[in-house]
Ligand binder design. Structure first.
Ligand code: ATP
Length: 483
């Protein structure tokens, strides 16, 4: 299983999707850079999400708030007091682990061995201990389960401590004037503090939503599984403000519609599942994860949370600004609903996790026979709408006016689609290279083109080629890349 993840990681690096950050200095743990192909794929995913929120919904608008925020924000949200993970160190290897992750891994082991009951009981017990903040109990559980450090192989553990995940830094040039501020650990708070600004200036009527895409930072204790868990990552969040009492209806609606969205973008339904939270965060009255079957198992890609009026109420208290909405729709008694603090249902997906899901889902290896030889073809089966490059254009040979003809087609289509022009190497090699980056169409200009203005179009998944007039290319590619 993990060999598949390894293959995907090396593929991502070799073809310009994802590089380790500052690689010439041996990298920085849990930080990555997107390369020339990766940035196109990621931008396409972000744009699709943005459009599906703000363009397809009359009542959802976007904002772009700052990463730095007045530090009281994080007091109000609860992050200063309780955005912690329980950590534990192994005294022999000096390695640090998340205590809850060690226990979850143990539970996964039980489940794999067929003992789902034991796995569930263990997770339940852990949830119970964490809820009570019984860190001694968590340590005892780790010892009782005989959990060993994967590096040293011993169970020589320290006590369990809470570790705050927020990065902090200083603003102000002189030490006395400086204040500790934080890099935001989620984008949501930028939306809550702007709730009234947007509602008033946009004359928004409940129910309505505010969407945002932006960087978030978490000092994750265990950085694992490539870009699944990063210290600097990007979130795409949408907070939907509703009338109190209607939140479950909206929660159910968003839960279904977000799962559908992933299916439309190309993930088969059987690779997705819901995971309802038994243990709820302090702000939530319902929460579910949409999980994808990664090479390392089903894991969260997106969360849908019913956050009640927790955040707006907290900000109202600390800032002493009223976070109320006047609802003049009429209730059953024919009177306006009046003033209230809205309830919030949020959808929160990581752009990087969505990227990893897309890449894992697209990565295909198949046996093919070409020129009587069997070989393995590796290709990325992206939905054309998210593929980094939509079409590649090749002159069959580098003479007789074919390159000029191909360039003419390229220049005509480049305003509509991200394309590649390639004239080096044999045509078969050029097809292979496009397969590896997931380009859905390859257009070849040959001698017949010079006579009748038709080209061949090779389709990535079927490898089939068909002849088509140049004048039909725009429509043909356009239909395929639209959703
Ligand atoms: P986890 O349990 O995996 O730590 P979480 O439940 O804390 O995640 P949320 O706070 O709900 O995550 O964040 C919403 C989304 O942001 C997640 O579903 C995930 O896609 C993304 N996300 C969260 N933390 C990270 C991270 N360290 N690296 C990449 N993406 C992340």
């Amino acid at each position: 299983e993990n060999t598949q993840l390894k293959d995907i990681i090396s593929h991502a690096k070799e073809y310009g999707f994802v590089f380790p950050s500052s690689e010439i200095y041996d990298g920085l743990q849990a930080v990555y850079d997107y390369g020339q192909m990766g940035v196109e794929l990621k931008n396409n995913l972000k744009q699709l999400w943005w459009k599906s929120m703000t363009q397809l919904h009359q009542n959802i608008v976007g904002i772009d708030s700052a990463i730095f925020m007045q530090p009281d924000t994080w007091k109000a949200s609860g992050h200063i007091d309780s955005f912690n993970d329980p950590m534990i160190d192994n005294k022999d290897s000096k390695k640090r682990y998340r205590a809850d992750v060690l226990i979850e891994d143990k539970a996964a082991e039980y489940e794999k061995a067929g003992d789902k009951e034991k796995a569930d009981a263990l997770l339940k017990l852990m949830g119970h201990l964490l809820e009570k903040e019984d860190l001694v109990g968590v340590q005892e559980l780790i010892i009782a389960e005989g959990i060993k450090c994967p590096i040293s192989g011993t169970a020589n553990w320290t006590e369990v401590r809470q570790f705050n995940l927020m990065f902090s830094t200083q603003v102000g040039s002189v030490a006395e004037d400086s204040t500790t501020i934080y890099l935001r650990p989620e984008t949501a708070q930028g939306i809550f503090v702007n709730f009234l600004n947007v509602q008033k200036t946009g004359r928004m009527k409940i129910p309505f939503g505010i969407a945002q895409i932006g960087k978030a930072f978490r000092n994750e204790i265990v950085a694992r599984q490539f870009i699944f868990r990063m210290r600097e990552f990007e979130q795409m969040e949408m907070q939907f403000f509703v009338r109190p009492g209607t939140e479950m209806e909206w929660y159910n609606k968003w839960r279904e519609s977000r799962k559908k969205w992933h299916e439309v973008v190309g993930v088969p339904a059987e690779k997705l599942r819901f995971h309802d939270h038994e243990k709820l965060a302090h702000y939530a009255n319902a929460a579910v994860d949409i999980e994808f079957e990664f090479p390392f198992g089903f894991k969260e890609v997106e969360g849908i949370h019913s956050r009640t009026d927790f955040d707006l109420k907290q900000h109202q208290e600390l800032s002493r600004k009223k976070m109320q909405y006047f609802d003049n729709d009429l209730n059953e008694e024919g009177k306006p609903f009046g003033n209230y603090v809205p309830y919030v249902v949020e959808t929160s997906v990581g752009a990087d996790r969505l990227f990893l899901m897309t890449l894992c889902n697209a990565y295909q290896e198949e046996e093919i026979t070409e020129n009587e030889q069997t070989k393995t073809r590796t290709f990325l089966k992206f939905h054309p709408a998210i593929a980094p490059v939509k079409a590649a254009i090749f002159p069959l040979v580098r003479k007789d006016g074919l390159p000029e003809k191909a360039m003419e087609i390229f220049d005509d289509l480049k305003y509509d689609f991200n394309m590649i022009y390639e004239e080096r190497d044999a045509i078969g090699k050029r097809y292979t290279r496009q397969d590896l980056i997931g380009t859905p169409f390859c257009i070849a200009v040959d001698y017949q083109t010079m006579e009748d203005n038709t080209v061949t179009v090779r389709e990535r998944d079927s490898r089939e080629q068909k002849r088509m007039p140049i004048s039909e290319l725009r429509q043909y590619i356009g239909d395929a890349v639209s959703m």
